[in-house]
Design a protein around this ligand. Sequence first.
Ligand code: GUN
Ligand code: ZN
Length: 447
Amino acid sequence: MTIYRATVLDTPGELGRPHGLRTDSDCALVVHDGTITARTDIATARREHPADEEIDLREGLLLPGMIDTHVHFPQVRALGGLGMPLLEWLRLRALPEEARLVDTAYAREVAKEFLGGLTTSGTTTAMVFGSHFPQAVDVLFEEAEQTGLRITSGLVVSDRILREDLLLDPAATLEAGRQLARRWHGRGRLRYAVTPRFSLSTTDEMLAAAAELFHEQQAGLAGELWFTSHINENVDEIAQVRELFPDATGYLDTYARHGLVSPRSILAHNVHPQPEELTAIAAAGAAVAHCPTSNSALGSGLFPLREHLDAGVQVALGSDVGAGTGFGILKEGLQAYFMQQLRGPAGIQLGAADLLHLATRSGALALGLADEVGDLSTGKQFDAIWVRPRSGGTLQTVLRHADDAEDTLAKLFALGASADIESVWVGGQEITHHRPTAVGLAPEGAA
Ligand code: GUN
Ligand code: ZN
């Protein structure tokens, strides 16, 4: 067992509730086999576990691990392609890079860079858009297993409109998906997600094949598969989808009529939904991944958060690397706040506790993992990040002068960056290389 002593901030309740931030300024988390077995004060922890190692994290803040509900593995090297709307960016920046993953050695390098990006930014759980190449998806899962991160991912499938080398026919994708799911779904912290790229690049036959895999109960599979795709991101994309699916009632229907919208579905973006689509997403229990830096960089639009929450849709954050501007979920929280401010009266005034919720517990709820991760309550996994601002930096200065916990958190979202994240744990296992100070057994009475 290990005792972590820290200032702990988390949001175990519901999004948007007043006093949603839980703060313990000198908290002891007792962790056994990766699970938090007690959340108490240091004197009690020492009394009950006198022989256990104690890790002193008081110089900084301990938060739940960040959760990224939409991020693309093959797009790390495409980051920073500014100045284009979605379809042009896909053609010129994202897809040429994604095509390079046909080379499995290249894919492995990218997978390492990708997982390193998640880890060093404090992301401990992610829904990951995989590659169009089955071997590259295997490589991602292999490398993810090595890191210990909680990853849900799958083969990205398309059978039209994209460049030729990224297309596969529905029968081939179904068989490749089946094999990948059999190998990886439910293995350790890994799960498989059925992943048509978007309706624009998938025929109805392809979506039917995706649905067949999503719904089939395969012998040997540990639990049901997940589903993810893009929706209602960009006005030109939406207009083209409408033309390609004249008999669908809208973008959502292209997925929903195949039974792909469910409590195990994450739909990315939804910047321009119809009101009835929001009602249907909520009724299906599906979640929406809001990707604020991507929506800003591609000029996709201002996310209608109030409309989603009023309809009862579960919303969480996604970095959408590489259209987004990096792996930092703290930055996505800040950009989500900016976008709501820019909507004027139509926006929601997000507080710092709301941003932390969106970055952690909302993601756990969207991914069906809220019983395990998303906050630092007793019984949860010790998935946590230790934020230790760089000595002499502005973040350190402003945190010293914060009024209270809410103010501390607001300052962290405003100024915090990956460089301020010193250590990251998943299931009690430290996955960063910086070790905090192990102080061993402190003398009785030492504070
Ligand atoms: N829609 C289809 N593919 C993509 C992608 O890679 N990024 C984004 N932002 N939207 C998409
Ligand atoms: Zn995306």
